[in-house]
Design a protein around this ligand. Structure first.
Ligand code: NAD
Length: 480
């Protein structure tokens, strides 16, 4: 089926008619849809439309704005079964993982619906009795640029707060998951969002870059890789705000006193859930000598037991990689790890037999003897590749865990709560998990990384702090 952009309040093709195709990553014979390949003219028209149209929305009362966001959530809930199946076909995760994402997304809209009521300012005592206060209003046009791995959940955490504050949004979903992006816009329009308050432009990096380059865009909210985040930050310049949520190289530290079975389950869930394609997924295990070998053996055993296949097939634990590039990247890192001198203990090969040969399937890979300086210990693979790092003390574990440019999530498995709390204090990550996988977060708690994982200024789901990103503040002086 051929799909459209939403520009100037209408569903339209790209102005030059260009398109791109998305195929099912579990079976590339299946076309999921054909989408507009948006060029600079489409982006300019989208921005112009939202700039002209958002004021109608900004004038909606908080009650009406909240009702639209809640209504979008209700639409997603009502279409939940279809959306979950489409999500599997487009992105590749398992049906259980897709259902979880579909059920999380309306909660984000509800969370931000409530924020529409909480946009407050301040008043200040003045020297001369005049009224001195701050007044908050929308930024205007917000650009939302998102990745493919949570194509409903992540955009809802951007569209929700941007719209709650009365902004208009130009939304550019990932070119890997354009259909899910379209569904979110359909949900909002069905719930009564004025057509001028939103635009959808489909396309890849060039489309995103054209959007950021448009000076009428007042704020850019982005989730994706560090390399792209850095480019967006540079392009936005010093006076336009950006909120960037980026990659991770997330470790689980396992201390000598840990319950090994529990540790192994936590690690495998964090490393291989979502086919290893979660920003908070576990990519390193930092294990103390005493438990390293037994833990490694059990993790390899559990990894080998994982059933890899199409996410729509029952009993499957792990779907394909989302794209051929992702699969090739995984295979390249598996080869690189071996060249660097790490030991591939299990997995890491493509699946090329039977029907699975038509998809981007790989077996989960586990490496040991991964030294801190190796690229396998430093670079984000964003796939099911797990690196074991051996340490001999708690202090060394902390040092190795923190030895990366990223700072998104870290975990520790131990029975010693005092040690766990030492780790919580010393971990250079924005999320710290004790006896839990590095992935998996509460929808109502602040989310974001440290170091190169995040701009850190406006954490997602951080209530009023987050809303400051989507509002601009004036200080007002009034004398009667
Ligand atoms: P990506 O950086 O390649 O792309 C993200 C988005 O940016 C896409 O929509 C893409 O089309 C767009 N884009 C690409 N080049 C651009 C440019 N020059 N200017 C503007 N936009 C551009 O990332 P991806 O492959 O879609 O997603 C995987 C990455 O996302 C991983 O690094 C992962 O860790 C990260 N991620 C982070 C979080 C988080 O919350 N921290 C969550 C999910 C994913």
């Amino acid at each position: 089926m051929t799909h459209s952009n939403f520009v100037g309040g209408q569903w339209v093709p790209a102005s030059d008619g260009a398109t791109f195709e998305r195929r099912n990553p579990a079976d590339t014979d299946v076309v999921v849809g054909v989408f507009p390949q948006s060029g600079p003219d489409d982006v300019a028209a989208a921005v112009a439309g939202v700039q002209a149209g958002y004021r109608e929305w900004a004038d909606f009362s908080p009650e009406r704005r909240a009702a639209v966001l809640e209504g979008a959530g209700d639409w997603i809930t009502a279409h939940g079964d279809d959306l979950a199946a489409e999500l599997v076909r487009e992105e590749g995760k398992t049906l259980a993982e897709a259902r979880m994402e579909v059920s999380r997304t309306p909660l984000n809209f509800r969370f931000y619906a409530a924020e529409a009521f909480r946009l407050t300012g301040q008043t200040f005592p003045s020297a001369d009795g005049s009224l001195v206060m701050t007044l908050r209003g929308p930024v205007g046009v917000v650009a939302a640029i998102t990745p493919w791995n949570f194509p409903l959940n992540i955009p809802s955490r951007k569209l929700g707060p941007a719209l709650a504050a009365g902004n208009g949004v130009v939304f550019k979903p990932s070119e890997v998951t354009p259909l899910m992006g379209q569904r979110l816009v359909e949900a909002l329009l069905a719930a009564g969002l004025p057509a001028g308050a939103i635009a959808l432009v489909q396309g890849g990096g060039a489309t995103g870059a054209a959007l950021v380059a448009d000076a009428r865009v007042g704020a850019v909210t982005f989730t994706g890789s560090y390399a792209v985040g850095k480019a967006i930050h540079a392009a936005a310049g010093p006076t336009r705000r950006t909120q960037l949520e980026m990659g991770g190289k997330n470790p689980v530290v396992v201390l000598a006193d840990a319950d090994l079975e529990r540790a192994a389950q936590i690690i495998v869930k964090g490393a291989f859930g979502l086919s290893g394609q979660a920003c908070t997924g576990t990519s390193r295990v930092v294990a103390q000598d005493e438990v390293h070998d037994a833990l490694l053996a059990r993790v390899v055993e559990l990894a080998e037991q994982r059933v890899v296949g199409s996410g729509l097939t029952s009993g499957v634990d792990m779907g394909p990689q989302a794209t051929a590039q992702q699969r090739d990247k995984v295979l390249d890192y598996v080869a690189l790890g071996q060249q660097e001198g790490a030991r591939l203990v299990g997995g890491g090969e493509p699946i090329t037999d039977g029907a699975l040969a038509r998809g981007h399937f790989v077996r989960p890979a586990v490496f040991s003897e991964v030294a801190p300086a190796m690229r396998l210990a430093q670079e984000e693979v964003f796939g099911p590749v797990l690196a074991f790092q051996r340490v001999s003390s708690f202090e060394e574990a902390v040092q190795v865990a923190n030895d990366t440019e990223y700072g998104l999530s870290a975990g520790i498995v131990t029975r010693d709560l005092a040690r766990a709390l030492d780790f919580v204090r010393e971990s250079s990550t924005g999320l710290v998990k004790v006896n839990q996988p590095t992935s998996g977060v509460a929808m109502n708690a602040p989310f974001g990384g440290l170091k190169n994982s995040s701009t850190q200024t406006y954490k997602e789901q951080a209530g009023d702090t987050m809303m400051h990103f989507y509002t601009q503040e004036k200080t007002v002086y009034v004398s009667s």
